[in-house]
Design a binder for this molecule. Structure first.
Ligand code: AMP
Ligand code: MG
Length: 414
């Protein structure tokens, strides 16, 4: 009898084969969710020039010192500075320039008075404005955005390994980075095997079921930053399985996932083919669900042979494939768990078990409720699950009220 591998031992063996993929340059417009491969510095100050934070009048602050509603200061308006323009000349003391938000401050001005603090009404179509009445004083620097106040030239604005969300993408655009270098996304070939499998959308003949694993696995791959490559389902014959694995290799994947056909059934031919085409270990892992998991390489590409049962395939993906995929993609593995109080008594078989649970909030504690039939083929209880309750090894009875970890599959309910 082969020794059972613990989940941790198996995961450590898996992860030893993965490092992050090389980088590629991509258009900023398609960079959402990607991971920066190199740090980014700003080539110039942001903002690149002192500019007005308001629509109003650029002035020398000293000229407004006594301005009030009862004693407004009248200043001649000597030029107009719309956004995108440059001032036609420096401002002298005792003068004002009409200025719009974002327009460069003229030399000689050190503050802007917002239009709401003047008695001048203008229409956007007005050209010349003779003078302005200012009713509030401003201090030097008021309503001016200083050159470089956001970012200094040469400053590192984003570190390598940063995941690009909306704010990071906006910042990249503002420093002029049109094609950031990001970590290449893992290409993952997905192959189902089994004579009973029928493509979704095709009618079911007697004895057949729809191939759900390829879709669930493709969705998991995409969820964790990979590009799923769907290979047509293989029949349970040596020739067909060989052909489909060759097809998978032609896609130049970074990882190959197959499901089913690796147990000890009479038609489990996947095993024979992967031993021909690569080097694969069959691990008996001390966990449930998750029958033998195959891991190794095929044609030099890392390979996982996942169990056929839909829930087993998803759970082994969560536990073993997800960390590998995240490492390829250079994404952190949040591995989010919460401690939850068990709502029901349960029995376990002494292997580490991952049970589908729904979480509810009671006072400030989480309670975990089994989502129903825990058979490894039952996807509806996976759909209802907020997470996987982890029952440790060597435990066969767990009483309601026991606190156990739950690995989250979703964002937590409120
Ligand atoms: P196997 O590992 O081939 O013995 O398959 C175990 C169980 O998983 C069987 O009930 C299969 O019908 C089922 N199964 C295998 N592959 C898939 C798949 N791609 N989609 C849904 N069920 C599957
Ligand atoms: Mg089969």
């Amino acid at each position: 009898m082969v020794d059972l591998l613990s989940v941790e031992e198996a995961l450590a063996r898996v992860l030893a084969h993965f490092t992050s993929l090389p980088s590629e340059e991509i258009a900023l417009s398609s960079a959402l969710g990607r991971v920066l491969a190199r740090f980014i510095t700003a080539p110039a100050d942001i903002p690149p020039f002192d500019n007005s934070a308001v629509d109003g009048f650029a002035v020398s602050a000293a000229d407004t010192a006594t301005s009030s509603d009862s004693a407004p200061t009248r200043l001649p308006v000597v030029m107009d500075i719309p956004a995108g323009a440059t001032p036609s000349r420096p401002l002298r003391p005792g003068e004002a320039a009409r200025i719009m938000t974002g327009a460069p401050m003229p030399e000689g001005a050190n503050a802007a008075v917002m239009v709401e603090h003047t008695l001048t009404a203008w229409q956007p179509t007005d050209n010349a404005l003779d003078s302005v009445l200012i009713v509030r004083p401003v201090k030097a620097g008021d309503n001016v955005r200083q050159r470089g106040e956001d970012v200094r030239a040469g400053q590192t604005v984003l570190e390598a390994g940063t995941r690009l969300r909306a704010a990071e993408i906006g910042l990249l655009a503002s420093v002029g980075c049109a094609r950031p270098a990001v970590v290449r996304q893992p290409r993952v070939a997905i192959l189902s095997t089994g004579d009973e499998l029928v493509e979704v959308g095709d009618p079911l003949a007697p004895g057949k079921i729809h191939d759900s694993n390829r879709y669930a696995l493709a969705a998991l791959v995409a969820t964790y930053g990979g590009i799923p490559l769907l290979i047509p389902t293989a029949r349970d014959t040596l020739d067909d399985v060989r052909m489909r694995f060759r097809q998978a290799l032609e896609q130049q994947p970074d990882l190959i996932l197959s499901s089913a056909g690796v147990s000890v059934g009479a038609y489990d031919v996947v095993r024979t083919v992967i031993e021909e085409m690569g080097a694969v270990d069959f691990w008996r892992i001390n966990m449930r669900p998750g029958k033998p998991l195959a891991f190794g390489q095929i044609g030099g590409v890392p390979f996982f042979g996942l169990p056929g049962n839909p829930v087993s395939a998803m759970v082994t993906f969560e536990v073993f494939v997800r960390p590998a995929l995240l490492r390829l993609a250079h994404l952190p593995d949040p591995n989010r768990t919460v401690q939850a109080e068990l709502a029901d008594d349960l029995t376990s078989d002494g292997r580490r078990s991952y049970l589908r649970v729904r979480l509810t909030r009671q006072e400030n504690r989480w309670r975990a409720h089994l989502t129903g039939n825990q058979s490894s083929g039952v996807l509806t209880s996976m759909v209802k699950a907020d997470g996987l309750l982890i029952v440790p090894e060597n435990i066969t009875q767990v009483q309601a009220g026991t606190i156990l970890p739950v690995r989250l599959l979703k964002d937590l309910p409120e």
